[in-house]
Design a protein around this ligand. Sequence first.
Ligand SMILES: [Zn+2]
Ligand SMILES: [Zn+2]
Length: 270
Amino acid sequence: MEQRRMDYHLHTLHSMDGQQTVAELCQSMIDKGVQEICLTEHIEPGHPEEGMDVPPIWDMYFSDVLAARRMFPQLTIRTGVEIGDNSLFRPQIKAYLDELPLDFRLLSLHLVNGVDCYDISHYFGGKTRAAAYREYAEAKAESILAWEDFDSVAHIGYVAKYSAYTGAERALVYEDAPDAFDAILRHVIGLGKCLEVNTSGFASTGNTFAHSSILRRYIELGGELFTFGSDSHGVDRNYADVERAKEMVRALGGKYQASFCQRKMTCWLL
Ligand SMILES: [Zn+2]
Ligand SMILES: [Zn+2]
């Protein structure tokens, strides 16, 4: 088993908030010695902001990926989606995905009871930290437990990315909701799915999403499979801190990272 430089959470102009073309993404990854990437463009059914609920135009997405594979044969380019789960639209989301021949499904959650956590005044207003963070953890558990047909669980701890809290209070840690996290982790492990280590957390919390305390618990419960992603939307952050996160997970006892082709997993040494 070999090691591999991979980034499995990336956005291009095919996402409504992406800021790089597929070709720009690929060139910058090759410059960093990355061997494999997966484009995980957003779908956000029922997002309260009109501009957010705009899925990729999939024909254009697939033709862009085919062109990039021809232009950059040294880079493995996988197709994926970041599923912005929404319990009100779940049956439609699942049916929609079944029509798409993607390599990888990243199960994500941005909306908590209809509000995106990045809408700080709305989401955190009138709540204690404990209540705001627990509400997120419980919504994340509800989301994950409602799914079986996914590959990796995105950024547990998203609530802390644009949080009203700072310093030691910023990150969402295992102790904030052990029951919810145990339910999530046992479900993921039982299905043989992956936990994402999202490096966009370093900038805001000094740690990953999920936080190292949650990654440690996952390993303690028998979890072995991780995907790593920068969650980059532009050339400035492609593959940012992925090697740093891998080092952190190795130190916690993690062993493997996964890649996907047509939903089939391959394991690599961390
Ligand atoms: Zn996300
Ligand atoms: Zn993302």
